[in-house]
Design a protein around this ligand. Sequence first.
Ligand SMILES: [Zn+2]
Length: 179
Amino acid sequence: MRNMGITILDENAKLRLEMERDESDACVIRPVGVVDEDLNATVILTALSSAVPPVKALKLDLGHVSRMNSCGVREWLLLMERLCRFPNCSIVNANELFVEQANIIPGVFGKKATVKVESFQAPYHCGVCARDCIKLISPGQVRIEEGELKAPEFRCEKCQGPMEFDWSEEEYFSFVKRL
Ligand SMILES: [Zn+2]
């Protein structure tokens, strides 16, 4: 049986780079922490190129990065250019930080048509319960009504009332228009 555990590719005080095979046998890369000029892209590319069995699908789990400075963004863009070349490259669980960056800089989610954004986090708020909540959604769930971007609707788990999308829909979902 294949070892389904997490491999730590690199770890320093700021960032840990994890790799694992998920249940669909996709190779998952997960940066955890701060992305800055010390992002070790080589270790990721080497691990993917030498993976046994070879990588048939690549998923980038972008839900665990807490901070990214301008040097980090630059390093990330360079890395994405290389990762785009792996077959079936997709982005999952992108958090607010990545969505914000992708709205400003298109290449953060890779070149158009080479990388699929499968899922990303979206912030919601229930005014009745004064409760914030993060929902995982796919770009396909964002509707365009009369030219305006609309967040999918969710009900509060506590009071069952409708929750508000807690950001400007036009801003937060602008990357969806470019996919
Ligand atoms: Zn509520």
